[in-house]
Design a protein around this ligand. Structure first.
Ligand SMILES: NC(=O)c1ccc[n+]([C@@H]2O[C@H](COP(=O)([O-])OP(=O)(O)OC[C@H]3O[C@@H](n4cnc5c(N)ncnc54)[C@H](OP(=O)(O)O)[C@@H]3O)[C@@H](O)[C@H]2O)c1
Length: 361
């Protein structure tokens, strides 16, 4: 089966560097703002990558294309009508090529009610890919927790970006595993109250809510973050011994090339394609065969021949998150990668961090 996937540049700089030269004339002379406006008007879409054949450990194969929509992350949130129009055009082009399911990368999975509106507009199913992203983020967290010799049930874990689709499911899964939670939500909504009362019936875990990121970072050393705005955490201010699983694209942790060794920042939701000696891709300058979890979910659906809107909308099912995880493992995906800024995190860094985690409060 063939799949299609929609991606976008993750910053104005990436937009500038990856634009096809014929797309916008005189790029070097445009300010970021004027470049973004011209991209919005022109509505450029281009094939970015072709997966000719992905072979799974289970003997299945599929192929697919990634299309890039040249809008900045903010434009997907501020101009959702235009973004949706371009997403529909790209999806229909992918459908004409033969794609039978469309995956949504980054903020294409947020615009238009998290996949629902696009799914209603086109004749093939759409998935935000959030279920596999959530599965892999939890796997990475559990791996670090094992390495530092801690127990999830003794920890207070901060989840930022509540009640977004990813943060909501992560909070539900961790609460059911018995972790105490501090949820960071910009506002108190009736939805938040409803969630708290339903989850409190299912767990003894202690769940608190705050609207202050600083307060949350002060109270805990384990942070999972998935906001739609990005750039909200200054790594320089983190307490020694803090670990952050940063799922957001663009990142929530402001980029730091030389990471402090007493903290651990992991790019959440990065998975690896089945390891069978082939190099399938080096997307976005990442390591060979590393892909975002949302693309991983789309590929798994294609390998399974499942023409299904697997993950759309705000509320995702924990059962389906576990199901896509099991399918991913069956096909040979690696879900618990520890990467930061495109690279594997070294054993020596993890060792130093581990010491710092154990010796600080
Ligand atoms: N790594 C991967 O493979 C992968 C895959 C899929 C998605 N993602 C990324 O994950 C992120 C979240 O996706 P999603 O589908 O969960 O989006 P979502 O449903 O829109 O959730 C984002 C949440 O973040 C909240 N938020 C925004 N700014 C905030 C701030 N400054 N402080 C606290 N909360 C804030 C939003 O609140 P309001 O609604 O009140 O603004 C919203 O509830 C996005 O960056 C997306 O690109 C990554």
């Amino acid at each position: 089966m063939k799949f299609g996937f929609l991606a976008h540049p993750r910053s104005a700089l990436e937009l500038r560097t990856c634009l096809p030269p014929y797309g916008i004339p005189f790029i070097p002379f445009c300010s970021n703002e004027s470049l973004k406006m011209r991209c919005l008007e022109r509505g450029l879409i281009k094939e970015y990558f072709f997966f000719k054949n992905i072979d799974s450990k289970d003997g299945k194969s599929c192929s697919g294309k990634v299309f890039c929509i040249y809008l900045s992350p903010e434009q997907f949130l501020e101009h959702q009508g235009r973004a949706l129009e371009l997403m529909e055009r790209a999806s229909n082009d992918l459908k004409d090529w033969g794609a039978e399911v469309i995956g949504l990368g980054g903020l294409t999975g947020v615009a238009g009610s998290r996949g629902k509106e696009l799914n209603d507009k086109i004749s093939i199913p759409v998935t935000s890919g959030n279920s596999f992203t959530i599965y892999s983020s939890i796997k990475a967290l559990e791996r670090i927790i094992r390495v530092v010799g801690a127990d999830l049930r003794d920890q207070r874990i901060v989840v930022i970006g509540f009640p977004g689709s990813i943060a909501l499911a992560i909070a539900e899964i961790l609460a059911k595993k018995g972790a105490n939670l501090l949820l960071v939500s910009k506002r108190q909504t009736s939805f938040l109250k409803q969630f708290l009362s339903s989850i409190n019936d299912e767990t003894d875990a202690d769940i608190e809510v705050t609207n202050s990121i600083d307060e949350a970072l002060n109270k805990s050393k384990i942070i999972l973050t998935a906001t739609s705005t990005g750039g909200i955490i200054d790594a320089g201010k983190l307490k020694p011994g803090t670990m952050v699983i940063d799922i957001a694209q663009p990142r929530d942790v402001i980029e730091q090339r030389n990471m402090r060794k007493d903290i651990l920042i992991v790019d959440g939701g990065i998975v690896s394609l089945p390891d069978n000696g082939k190099t399938y891709c080096r997307l976005f300058g990442w390591q060979a065969n590393d892909i975002p979890g949302c693309l991983g979910e789309t590929i798994i659906l294609a390998l399974e021949n499942r023409r299904e809107a697997f993950s759309i909308g705000r509320n995702l099912s924990v059962e389906k998150i576990e199901e896509i995880g099991r399918l991913g493992e069956k096909h040979g995906f690696t879900a618990d990668n520890l990467r930061y800024f495109k690279k594997s995190i070294s054993d020596s860094h993890i060792k130093t961090f581990s010491k710092s985690f154990k010796t600080t409060n």
